[in-house]
Every structure is written in structure tokens, then in C-alpha cells.
Ligand binder design. Structure first.
Ligand SMILES: Nc1ncnc2c1ncn2[C@@H]1O[C@H](COP(=O)(O)OP(=O)(O)OP(=O)(O)O)[C@@H](O)[C@H]1O
Length: 231
């Protein structure tokens, strides 16, 4: 579905991304993991054209894309933003629904599935952390681009809510793929099909848990053990 090669980014003399490449299939969830400062957010910003970078190739279904075209296919939901804080949730959701051309049925489905009914009349800046995150997810899932990039989608949710959001994301995957930036490795292990492990701007490992485990020289263990073995 999508592939990229040779993504590099510098801040002055410091190279914060070096020659990053990966591919994603439709219906797949790829988790970008790595320690603080590894370059996870920078990679998302480079992929969506928000940050300037060197790119050798971006491909969509085999066709070469220029970075400006990528926005037609990629939608990036950054962490920690608060859209239109002085407006009621209902107004903000309708605005994004119309902006993205999403249908009424999809809008109603997301409001119900994300439990936003009770806060529709509340102004965005008065929402609790968990509801702010739900609103952001609704905005992201109203978008129509087939590749969604979400930064820390489970931040602010308890375990039950996290599992519920994971199942919602899986349901949304019919003709889509997800690229998730996740700090919590226990969450990443539950939802991601494969992992891109970054450290100091470089790809340390790319593959499913079994591949990463073999690379770490471990016979057993979850993503946390693998992470500690590789980074
Ligand atoms: N504007 C900037 N100027 C200089 N260096 C920057 C700038 N923004 C980011 N960096 C550096 O780029 C590197 C990658 O940062 P990035 O935020 O992408 O990491 P991250 O993996 O998302 O980190 P975290 O897990 O802490 O959110 C870090 O070393 C960071 O200090």
C-alpha cells in the first residue's frame, strides 16, 4: 500500500533521522517505538510534509509520490493539540465532518463508539484529558485518507477504554492502515502487527514480535524484554 525509503532529517549539524525506510500493507498496524528523542515524532512530521527532510522515495500502491502529494493519502493526528477550544464539541465535530467530507452515519457511529454524546454541548477546553483524546480520535477517524498516523492514541485512557479504542481502530482498518507512535510497549504489543524500533534516529529493528525477538537473541519474552535487549 505505502512504502518509503531514505528519509533523513537534520537539525543543524545533528542528524536526527538517518535513512529510514519501511512499508505498510492495507489493514496493517505498524507501531513506531523507541526511547525518548529517538525521532518518532520527527518521522511522522517528515512523512506528512510538516518537516523538511531528504526522501529517496515515497510510493503509494507502487506509484511514486512527491512529498506534497503524500497528504492526499496520509493523515497525521499529532499528540496534545486542542482544536477550537472555545467551541462546543458538537460544532467542532460537524466542522471536521464537513471539511473531510465524511458521512452522517460515520459521524454518528464515531460519536457513539467514542462515548462523546454526553459532552457534545461542552466547550472543548473544559473536557477532561480522556475526553480530549476521544475528541481527537473522532477527528482523526473522520478523515478519509487511507493511511492514518496517530501519535500516542491511548494516552489518557484506562485499560478498559484502551482495549475498547483498540477494537475500534481495528474495525476502522478495512481499506486503511495505521502508523501509531506508542510509548507504552504493553499497549503496542497488544495492537500492532509489526514494529519499527528507532534509536538515535536509526532503524534498529523492523518486523513482528517474533522477528524482533530473534534479533534480540531471545527465545521468549514480550516487547518490553525485546526492547531492552535491542536498545
Ligand atoms: N526544533 C528542534 N531543534 C533541534 N533539535 C530538535 C528539534 N526538534 C526535535 N529535535 C531533536 O530531534 C530528536 C528527535 O526528536 P523527536 O521529538 O522526534 O523524538 P521522539 O522519539 O518523538 O521523542 P519522545 O519519545 O521524547 O517524544 C531529538 O534529539 C530532539 O532533541
Amino acid at each position: 500500500m505505502f512504502s518509503c525509503q531514505g528519509i533523513s532529517r537534520r537539525f543543524g549539524q545533528a542528524k536526527v533521522l538517518s535513512d529510514i525506510g519501511f512499508s505498510l500493507q492495507s489493514g496493517e498496524i505498524l507501531g513506531i517505538i523507541g526511547p525518548n528523542g529517538a525521532g518518532k515524532t520527527t518521522l511522522m512530521e517528515c512523512l506528512t510534509g510538516l518537516a523538511p527532510c531528504e526522501v529517496h522515495s515515497l510510493r503509494w500502491q507502487g506509484r511514486s509520490l512527491c512529498p506534497e502529494e503524500a497528504r492526499r493519502y496520509l493523515y497525521y493526528l499529532p499528540d496534545g493539540i486542542l482544536p477550537y477550544p472555545d467551541h462546543p464539541v458538537a460544532v467542532v465535530l460537524r466542522f471536521f465532518q464537513q471539511l473531510y467530507g465524511a458521512g452522517d452515519e460515520h459521524h454518528a457511529f464515531l460519536v457513539g463508539r467514542l462515548g462523546l454524546e454526553s459532552v457534545l454541548n461542552q466547550r472543548v477546553h473544559t473536557l477532561s484529558k480522556g475526553y480530549r483524546r476521544r475528541l481527537l480520535l473522532a477527528v482523526g477517524l473522520l478523515s478519509t485518507q487511507p493511511l492514518l498516523l496517530l501519535d500516542e492514541p491511548f494516552d489518557g485512557f484506562d485499560l478498559r477504554q484502551t482495549l475498547d479504542i483498540m477494537s475500534l481502530l481495528r474495525e476502522m482498518l478495512k481499506d486503511r492502515a495505521l502508523l501509531l507512535c506508542i510509548h507504552q510497549l504493553s499497549e503496542a504489543e497488544k495492537i500492532c502487527d509489526r514494529f519499527l524500533l528507532l534509536n538515535e534516529g536509526q532503524v534498529v529493528a523492523l518486523g513482528n514480535l517474533e522477528t524482533l525477538r530473534a534479533q534480540a537473541g531471545l527465545e521468549a519474552g514480550g516487547l518490553e524484554e525485546v526492547f531492552l535487549g535491542l536498545v
